[in-house]
Write a protein that binds this ligand. Structure first.
Ligand code: 9MR
Ligand code: ZN
Length: 559
């Protein structure tokens, strides 16, 4: 660990979204240690265009420093700016523009192309990050006849490793499809992928690449294999095409079937206007998975555990009711068949599980989103009551997030203990939650407040945080350079693959780099831009996907 550098973090500094702000929206920055008056300078002319005073400093426990914030609301002229305090302390340069987030939105989406498995990434799409096709072999099924082989090729690598996991995939495709449905105008541009120009929005082209792979994981009886990986993670310096260890399907699981049924039902709805046959295929797959779920005994309705020989990501769970709920809700939304609604209602009554979570393990929020839509025009009392209850819960949670974000020095909505593995996902999920709440409210002030709070989550991700780091590769003046992402480490390209969202601070310090270098730090500072730090600096498809949702929303606001 001798070569690892401790990064300075608790200095007097100005933290700001390093991309910048949209015209017409409120603009703010945070300062740590320092507070008082500030000037905003136009970078081109060096002229001072605004002066102001920051709010009184308060101790921010998650950040471990005193923080105050400054408002730039008087400033709405497009341009490049920097903030200066005490004559010497300067912020990163940021822009004010009509649509400042267009490029980063496309990069976040294009990052899924870079995760593609089973095809060559050609230079005309991938630039210097091109590489040969990988993981083309058929796979064996753990615990089954070793002479049986199943097709495996396709889909996205999950993360910095090359495994492919159903519950992770389901969250990622769900976020992308929800983003498309909520903000279709944000997805008119080409992302320069092989399918571009085929008449289907690229976000759906990209999603379909994963869906086609997910379909390969369904067994003939409807059950779904939990994951497809090598037995162990390959070394960090191995390019995907050089990872040649045998591919193994892990056993089927209830969570895989539930999230598969749900995301396939969603795909059937979303793809119907573009490809009826594919939509029908997805629907049949979802219904098959559902029937398998219904046929399981209670001892099979348990979270997945890795077989002893399998050392890759487990994607276990605490409970499986929420996966059942999501599947029921999504199938109800798709088919309108009452048996699914009956089941969803029963699940919400019989068990206590979180109804608003948008994780890979806790997926209740997706079921709730589906029902909020499906029951919008419901006539009967049960449906109306259920929808009312779900909407109340959603808004209550949104209000909690709003308050957390307003109280926090950096505007972020995390509690201290939420700075855990993949904290960037929680931040972006909260952004998604707030944006959905904005759509649900009729009150225009509330609508605005939720959007502003969602925007603050975005500002945190892009630099308004105690480390002053932009957690998206390729963007901002101080961004992640050494993600725990095998291709970024192993290729000879100096820059990491662009559009990666790093996992972010994790107070668990779950890898040796983090443990050695971050001990004693406050939660928001438990992050290290080091390639060995898989517990703070990896990427995953389901950390990128909620960021695509938030980016799409904020990019469409000014249209
Ligand atoms: O994102 C997952 C995180 O929530 C868990 O705490 C962690 C440990 O179980 O695993 C993370 O998922 C990893 C997966 O198991 C394998 N691919 C990389 C994922 C991100 O680190
Ligand atoms: Zn691959």
């Amino acid at each position: 660990m001798a070569d690892m550098k401790r990064e300075q973090w608790n200095d007097a500094a100005i933290r700001v979204n390093q991309i910048g702000f949209s015209t017409g929206f409120s603009k703010a920055f945070s300062t740590q240690i320092v507070s008082g008056s500030f000037d905003v300078l136009n970078v081109d002319t060096d002229e001072c265009v605004l002066t102001g005073t920051t709010s009184p400093a308060t101790e921010d426990e998650a950040a471990g420093v005193r923080v105050s914030s400054g408002r730039l609301d008087g400033l709405d002229t497009p341009g490049s700016y920097r903030i200066r305090m005490k004559d010497a302390i300067e912020s990163p340069v940021f822009t004010i523009a009509h649509r400042p987030y267009q490029a980063i939105k496309l990069a976040l989406l294009r990052n899924f192309y870079f995760q593609r498995c089973g095809m060559e990434l050609e230079e005309k799409y991938a630039g210097p990050w091109k590489h040969a096709a990988c993981h083309l072999d058929d796979g064996i099924i753990h615990g089954d006849d070793p002479s049986i082989r199943r097709k495996t090729a396709g889909g996205w690598h999950d993360a910095g490793d090359y495994g492919k996991y159903i519950v992770a995939a389901a969250k990622a495709v769900a976020d992308l499809m929800l983003a498309y449905e909520a903000y279709p105008s944000a997805f008119e541009e080409s992302t320069n992928i092989p399918e571009s120009g085929n008449g289907v929005p690229d976000i759906l082209n990209e999603t379909r690449y994963e869906l086609e792979w997910m379909l390969l994981l369904q067994r003939e009886d409807g059950a779904v294999y939990h994951k497809l990986t090598t037995l162990e993670f390959p070394g960090l310096h191995v390019m995907p095409e050089d990872d040649l260890a045998p591919l193994v399907f892990s056993p089927v699981s209830f969570t895989a079937a539930g999230t598969f049924a749900a995301s396939m039902a969603m795909a059937s709805r979303v793809f119907a206007p573009f490809d009826e046959a594919f939509a029908a295929y997805c629907r049949a797959a979802a219904e098959r998975a559902w029937r398998w779920m219904e046929s399981t005994e209670s001892f099979e309705r348990v979270p997945f555990r890795n077989p002893r020989e399998v050392k890759t990501g487990e994607y276990g769970d605490r409970m499986v009711i929420d996966e059942h709920y999501w599947a029921a809700a999504e199938l109800y939304r798709l088919t309108g068949e009452s048996k699914y609604l009956v089941q969803a209602v029963m699940l919400t009554q019989s068990d206590d599980f979180p109804l608003c979570e948008l994780g890979w393990a806790d997926v209740g929020g997706y079921g709730t989103i589906a029902l909020l839509h499906a029951l919008r025009d419901a006539g009967d009392d049960t449906s109306t009551q259920l929808r009312g209850r779900l909407a109340d819960q959603w808004m209550t949670r949104a209000d909690e997030l709003l308050e957390l974000s307003e109280r926090n020095g950096f505007g972020v909505s995390l509690t201290q203990k939420q700075y855990k593995w993949g904290s960037s996902m929680i931040v972006m999920n909260n952004g998604m939650h707030l944006l959905i709440a904005a759509e649900l409210t009729q009150d225009s002030d509330r609508h605005r407040q939720y959007i502003e709070a969602a925007t603050r989550q975005w500002h945190y991700l892009l630099g308004c945080n105690v480390l002053g780091i932009c957690y998206v590769t390729g963007f901002g003046s101080h961004s992640v350079m050494h993600p725990h992402h095998r291709p970024s480490v192993a290729d000879r390209v100096p820059l990491p693959v662009p559009g990666i969202v790093a996992g972010g601070p994790n107070l668990g310090l779950n890898d040796t780099a983090a443990a050695a270098l971050l001990i004693g730090r406050p939660p928001m500072a438990c992050y290290i831009d080091h390639e060995d730090s898989f517990s703070t600096n990896e990427n995953t498809i389901y950390w990128n996907s909620p960021a695509v949702y938030v980016a799409a929303a904020l990019d469409s606001l000014n249209r």
